[in-house]
Design a protein around this ligand. Structure first.
Ligand code: HAM
Length: 469
């Protein structure tokens, strides 16, 4: 049995109304029979949202194929120390948000809060340094952070991510940023790329000293949390949400002025490549990211518009992590990557009324009267499906009127009517839903007859593989 969790407790904040599960807030509750509630920060992705999710997934797959990234599937549960060693002991993700617990065999395990550490582990475990470099991998799936739930922030959320391991060149960083930018463009979401370089761990030391001495005289203005940061990880002050810090930041030293020569040149090259492919970016001297493994390039993708607000709700982020593979016991392996929060992408699409069709619109509707007709209908349905003609039915309804109402609602051009008589005669009635005209045809030829009719009237019958699931 799990004995303890080490996720720190934090004050439970009221969830926004929109985030409340409908069943909990609206359904009438019988005394003593409260319906089971979702855990806070967890959500169902309902059928009506699935078309957007399918579109995102299809686009990610398309981009991965186009840029030759191979899919990797990683476990949801890892040894907790993989994340503790790589993400940084003082980061929020490790200090407050990790779902870590002892499993029944006594191992301290964690629900993955992100996937880059697992990618690095897999790279080492499977000897991927022997493959031609870079090794380009992509993934998609749920992550877990015991964060404070609010709009766009969940305790289980989905990411897709692209990681390129083995090559230090700036062109890798630029191409990853290009992939992220183009993915959003093709999904119809305007974004800005926020970019910065945080140099190497060595060159960062003198900057950290400078930053600490800048903030020290202002210590009394800092919150308790930020005082702790000042002492333990002063870089985190740069993305503090506290307005007092925002004011102080205006005069704070900027990390780009402290970069070593190589990091400076690397950064310049990344920006030149981005200019070359016309990916616009904003230099953000205070972008540092919330995980410790980054070196040199760091970037985030923000929704265009209210940058101030979006800063806390980035659509995605990433950067270079040249020391990570070595840190977990592999050979020194430069690497770079990014991950995007899929709930936030889906929300951005919904905000823009981007509503793809859930599935191909049916072109034919079956109406059946009686048990024999229903049986034939079931078989004919299969024939239409195999022929790639989208068809709908309401096998649960008996009255013709009720079935025609459904057909009307679906706006199908044709309904097929099958009664006892037609079953006995081996015929079927085709009804033109616009004119109401009906004709009786041989039921054995119905699929080819409809194919011809649809080709004439619509000019198309969609092959089944085009159907967005
Ligand atoms: P991250 O910035 O922690 O980076 O997360 C990336 C994205 O995941 C965020 O920008 C956001 O869209 C989404 N996300 C994070 N936390 C939540 C949450 N609680 N609820 C909803 N969405 C969330 C990483 O995870 C790095 N592994 C990215 C990376 C890949 N760096 C290099 N390679």
């Amino acid at each position: 049995m799990p004995k303890k969790t080490i996720a720190a407790k934090e004050p439970e904040e009221k969830m926004e109304k929109a985030e409340k599960p409908a069943a909990a807030s609206e359904a009438p509750v019988k005394k003593g029979k409260a319906p089971p509630e979702l855990l806070r920060g967890f959500r169902d992705i309902l059928p009506e949202e699935q078309a957007r999710w399918s579109l995102i997934r299809a686009k990610v797959r398309e981009m991965a194929d186009a840029y030759s990234f191979d899919r990797i599937e990683l476990p949801l549960l890892e040894r907790a120390d993989l994340f503790q060693r790589t993400l940084g002991k003082q980061t929020d993700v490790i200090e407050k948000e990790m779902y870590a617990f002892e499993d029944p065999s006594g191992d301290l395990v964690a629900m993955r809060p992100e996937a880059t550490a697992s990618v690095a582990r897999a790279f080492v475990n499977h000897g991927m340094f022997n493959l031609p470099q870079p090794v380009k991998l992509w993934y998609e799936g749920p992550m877990f952070r015991h964060d404070r739930p609010q709009a766009g922030r969940y305790r289980q959320f989905n990411q897709f991510g692209f990681e390129s391991l083995g090559v230090p060149d700036a062109i890798v960083d630029a191409q990853l940023i290009l992939i992220a930018a183009r993915t959003f463009k093709e999904l119809g979401i305007d974004v800005t790329i926020q970019i910065n370089s945080i140099g190497t761990p060595e060159s960062r030391q003198s900057y950290l000293a400078e930053l600490t001495s800048y903030f020290r005289p202002h210590r009394n203005k800092l919150s308790e949390d930020d005082k702790r940061r000042l002492q333990k990880s002063p870089l985190r002050l740069l993305d503090s949400k506290d307005p007092a810090i925002a004011e102080l930041l205006a005069g704070a030293p900027q990390i780009v002025d402290w970069l070593d020569e190589e990091s400076k040149q690397h950064f310049t090259k990344v920006l030149e490549y981005l200019d070359e492919v016309e990916v616009s970016y904003q230099l953000n001297p205070f972008l540092v990211r919330g995980l410790d493994y980054y070196t040199r390039t760091v970037f985030e993708i923000w929704e265009s518009g209210d940058e101030g607000e979006r800063a806390q709700n980035a659509l995605g982020g990433g950067g270079r992590y040249d020391g990570l593979v070595e840190l977990i016991g592999g050979r020194p392996t430069p690497a770079c990557g990014f991950a995007i929060g899929m709930e936030r992408v889906a929300k951005a699409m919904a905000d823009r009324n981007i509503a793809p069709e859930a599935r191909a619109k049916p072109l034919v509707f079956f109406c059946q009267l009686g048990d024999g007709a229903r049986r034939v209908g079931l078989r004919l349905f299969e024939e239409f499906r195999v022929a790639g003609i989208p068809v709908a039915e309401a096998f649960g309804k008996n009255a013709l009127k009720a079935q025609l109402e459904v057909a009307n609602k679906l706006e199908v051009p044709y309904a097929l009517l099958l009664g006892q008589k037609e079953v006995l005669d081996g015929t079927i009635i085709i009804r033109d839903m616009d004119s109401g005209a009906q004709e009786i045809v041989d039921s054995g030829k119905i699929v080819s007859i409809m194919k011809r009719k649809l080709a004439k009237s619509e000019g198309v019958t969609r092959p089944s593989q085009d159907v967005v699931q």
